[in-house]
Design a protein around this ligand. Structure first.
Ligand code: UDP
Length: 487
């Protein structure tokens, strides 16, 4: 059979596939999930993104013209009874929780979405559901309707392996202090951690709240059909193999998902509105020399304290480097976090974006030479894809694992020296540490080598998504397998 007729046959078969995509209610899970849905839709699959009413506008914006361009991509909303869960009015996204204390109640309350999801499964009979790791009950929901459930963790293979081995062997119980390092057993490389770098609920013997949710997630993950990973085989080869062959998990690597957005207009549409006119910010970058600006951003949920923000400001100033710094503050939050006269002194040299930046476009700009990041997986992968080395400043979640990958395995980063996992607020880091790390990444002895290594990885990441590339092929394999299951 000719390649053309084979292609047509595959596309016809895929056309019959209908898949639900159900991201956790936070931007960093919604962004890659929408991108994933777009990729599946490009293969002819009917993609339906499930979300709650207040999150729908973000998702519609990110889908943009995909639908009108002939792709079968839809949104279905289900009600999140946040009031019943005791959450503040309109609280449907991690982004809108008023304090870190509500993080856990918010996560727990999302189990209320099970019933409305099942009603939708009954009504629409999809062939598969790709549901977030934070919805452990989704495996049972899928089973009720006899369809496979795939898990989306939102992180890469290195962290998936490290977390799996941490939960299997619990090496953190073998040390006598929070500062003593322990080796994570059964990983391909020697990776050491301390208890300080782990969330409190992982260390506690009592499995309640989030610890219980994660136990359930682990168990449901093992019963699921497999795992879809936003990563590139060539980036974490050893760990991708380890996850499948040694830890025995079925997984598909289909990233970097951010590359599904092609032109500038599509990239600008990423989920939230930009606070500052992005054209202004890009125009500012246009005036700068190649690789002469540091981009500083801590993702979509981290809220650093005023004193931490002041240390960053002073550290950036002392580094003498030009910068774009995204601060999750609005004009109404007051300016106590800014050192006196800072913006005036930094005029032309540094730009502060209050709110939301079009990160992918900034990272891709030739004037950007380094990225100070909290090591959220999306940010990490976006920087690798853009070929930008990083100053690593993990805060919470699995970010300390991602830092290990960047520093010890890929060797494309400089650590700022954060030692402690602190939910959403982060560990205190001094201005000296910021200054030193920024100088080292921009103009240190290893700068050129790190840039070359990142450039190579960027090339491999882009190739992976092209026709015949590793991610492209793995996505095809996944769609074909799901298609054969649905017959
Ligand atoms: N992001 C963005 N602009 C911002 C802040 C974040 O576009 O001002 C995007 C970023 O590109 C990434 C996501 O939000 O895709 C953040 O995800 P990540 O996993 O890095 O961190 P999290 O938000 O989970 O802490």
């Amino acid at each position: 059979r000719s390649a053309l007729s084979l292609g047509r046959k595959m596309s016809d078969e895929y056309h019959r596939l209908s898949i639900f995509f159900f991201p956790f209610l936070t931007h960093s899970h919604m962004i890659p999930t929408v991108n994933m849905a777009k990729l599946f839709a490009e293969k002819g699959v009917k993609a339906t993104i499930i979300t709650t009413p207040l999150n729908k506008p973000f998702i519609s914006k990110a889908i943009g013209k995909s639908k009108t361009n002939g792709k079968n991509i839809n949104i279905q909303t289900i009600e999140f009874p946040y009031a019943e869960a005791g959450l503040p009015d309109g609280c449907e996204n991690i982004d809108s929780i008023p304090s870190p204390d509500l993080f856990e109640p918010f996560c727990m309350a999302t189990s209320l979405l099970q019933e409305p999801l099942e009603q939708l499964l009954e009504k629409q009979s999809p062939n598969c559901i790709v549901a977030d790791v934070f919805f452990p009950w989704a495996t049972d929901s899928a089973a009720k309707f006899g369809i496979p459930r795939l898990v989306f963790h939102g992180t890469g293979f290195f962290s998936l392996c490290a977390i799996t081995c941490m939960t299997l062997y619990e090496p953190c119980n073998d040390v006598s202090s929070d500062y003593e390092s322990f080796l994570i057993p059964n990983l391909p490389c020697e990776i050491k951690m301390t208890r300080m770098q782990l969330p409190p609920f992982v260390k506690s013997k009592e499995k309640t709240g989030l610890a219980k949710l994660l136990e359930e997630a682990k168990e449901s993950d093992l019963r699921s059909y497999g795992v879809v990973v936003n990563s590139v085989y060539e980036l974490e080869k050893v760990y991708a193999d380890h996850f499948r062959k040694v830890l025995g998990r079925k997984a598909w690597h289909i990233g970097p998902l951010s590359l599904c957005n092609k032109g500038r207009e599509e990239k600008e549409r990423i989920v939230k509105e930009a606070y500052m006119d992005e054209h202004e910010c890009l125009k500012w970058l246009d005036t700068k020399k190649p690789k002469s600006v540091v981009y500083v951003c801590f993702g979509s949920v981290v809220n650093l304290t005023d004193s931490e923000l002041r240390e960053i400001a002073m550290g950036l100033e002392a580094s003498g480097q030009q910068f774009i710094w995204v601060v999750r503050k609005s004009g109404n939050d007051g300016e106590e976090w800014l050192p006196d006269g800072f913006e005036k002194r930094m005029e032309g040299k540094g730009l502060i974006i209050r709110g939301w930046a079009t990160q992918v476009l900034i990272l891709e700009h030739q004037a950007v030479g380094a990225f100070v990041t909290h090591c959220g997986w999306n940010s990490t992968l976006e920087a690798v894809t853009a070929g930008v080395p990083m100053v690593t400043w993990p805060i919470d979640a699995e970010q300390f694992f991602n830092e290990k990958l960047l520093i010890e395995v890929l060797k494309i980063g400089v650590p700022v020296g954060a030692v402690k996992w602190v939910r959403l607020e982060g560990d205190n880091v001094t201005l000296d540490a910021v200054e030193k790390a920024v100088k080292r990444i921009m103009a240190g002895e290893e700068t050129i080598e790190m840039r070359n290594r990142t450039k190579l990885l960027s090339h491999l990441a882009k190739k992976a998504m092209e026709e015949g590339g590793s991610s492209y092929t793995d996505l095809d394999a996944l769609v074909e397998e799901l298609s054969s299951l649905s017959h």
